[in-house]
Design a binder for this molecule. Structure first.
Ligand code: ZN
Ligand code: MN
Length: 180
């Protein structure tokens, strides 16, 4: 018979195994990161979301908890932006894409010759591989294309609406011309 183990119980076991006391706040932080692997949250994002339900939670607690998670390898740091650490529940080696438009960090599946097993490069032993790409995500590209279309039609209508009624009278009387 398959026994369904609640997620929180698994997290409790995980923290116990790593020698981290599984307090309610620590469990909630781990749960949040595990549920948000698509956006790779920062400490601030985690704090902002969780402190709404747990008012006693402080940003310092979030930072300290994340540091101990990193130390024990429970989560991995994603440092693409260079100004912040984003946290990833997926600790296996994988590549990322940073959207410069919306700030989203997306997992990218890349055939990486170094990903499997113990490898070396120019005689150096590889222990970690971090690959990242920067650009504009597919969602933002769609938004930008729609915006460009709006702008090309926008000024046309704005200009035609700007013709005053007195000028329109002159145009009708042949005393003014609309230059196209
Ligand atoms: Zn984007
Ligand atoms: Mn990731």
């Amino acid at each position: 018979m398959i026994k369904i183990v609640p997620k929180m119980k698994i997290f409790k076991i995980l923290l116990d195994e790593k020698g981290i006391k599984p307090t309610y706040q620590r469990l909630k932080i781990l749960e949040y990161i595990s549920e948000n692997t698509k956006n790779h949250p920062t400490a601030e994002m985690i704090y902002e979301k969780l402190s709404k339900d747990i008012p006693t939670m402080s940003l310092t607690t979030v930072y300290n908890t994340l540091n101990s998670f990193l130390e024990k390898g429970l989560v991995s740091p994603v440092t693409i932006t260079g100004t912040e650490i984003r946290y990833d529940f997926n600790t296996s080696s994988h590549h990322h894409f940073l959207c410069k438009e919306c700030g989203k960090i997306i997992d990218i599946s890349v055939e990486c010759p170094f990903s499997e097993g113990e490898k070396s490069i120019s005689g150096h032993k590889i222990e970690e591989i971090h690959g990242y790409f920067k650009g504009i995500c597919a969602d933002c590209l769609v938004k930008m294309r729609t915006k460009v279309k709006d702008q090309s039609s926008g000024p046309y209508f704005k200009n035609s609406a700007k013709i005053s009624s007195s000028r329109m009278e002159k145009i009708k009387a042949g005393k003014d011309k609309i230059i196209l």
